[in-house]
Design a protein around this ligand. Structure first.
Ligand SMILES: Cc1cc2nc3c(=O)[nH]c(=O)nc-3n(C[C@H](O)[C@H](O)[C@H](O)COP(=O)(O)O)c2cc1C
Length: 160
């Protein structure tokens, strides 16, 4: 039987799911058997030979759903091939570098996890004005709403 790969993703607004599906489609093109599942719905890793974990960065950490997944399945994940991708920056350049630094910090807190591969994908803001204010300009007043709005127009792309 062909090796079966799980892509387990955590998401708040859906962009990590989109990337997980895209990664899954790419792996299937290569003849692999792939299941794409929401992290919180995965009960067991027993029937998988490898796992790809996908999670967005929120304030420098993996989304809680992903952290819970890693903790819950730690014993299995520690003895099988794991790849990890994170979403976050909506631009390349400095934001991308910052996200890579955040990913290094995340992995430093998970010394038992030795991913065979890691990647940072460009994220997407779905946020409301309030959400975007938190990310972009934490201390600005309401008068700056017009500045925040342009962020909602940013497109995102996948680095695949
Ligand atoms: C409140 C908030 C905090 C965020 N913090 C970070 C961060 O620390 N680093 C980063 O690279 N991206 C950060 N982002 C961007 C998200 O990771 C990005 O929007 C991602 O695509 C969201 O994934 P999701 O749609 O699967 O929830 C943040 C976004 C929000 C709304």
């Amino acid at each position: 039987m062909a090796a079966s790969i799980l892509i387990a993703y955590a998401t708040r607004y859906g962009s990590t799911q989109e990337v997980a599906e895209a990664v899954g489609a790419r792996l299937r093109e290569q003849g692999l058997t792939v299941e794409v599942r929401r992290a919180r719905e995965v009960q067991s890793l027993d029937r998988f030979q490898a796992v790809v974990v996908g999670a967005p960065l929120y304030i420098g950490s993996l989304l809680r759903e992903a952290r819970k997944f890693l903790n819950r399945h730690r014993a299995s994940l520690a003895r099988m091939p794991v790849a990890l991708f994170v979403l976050g920056p909506v631009h390349g350049g400095k934001e991308l570098e910052d996200a890579r630094t955040q990913l290094t910090g995340v992995l430093a807190k998970l010394p038992w996890l030795k991913p065979a591969a890691t990647e940072v994908f460009v994220g997407k803001y779905y946020g409301t004005k309030d959400t975007i204010r938190v990310v972009a300009r934490p201390r600005r007043s309401r008068g700056d709403d017009a500045d925040h709005f342009h962020l909602t127009m940013l497109s995102y792309r996948y680095i695949l």
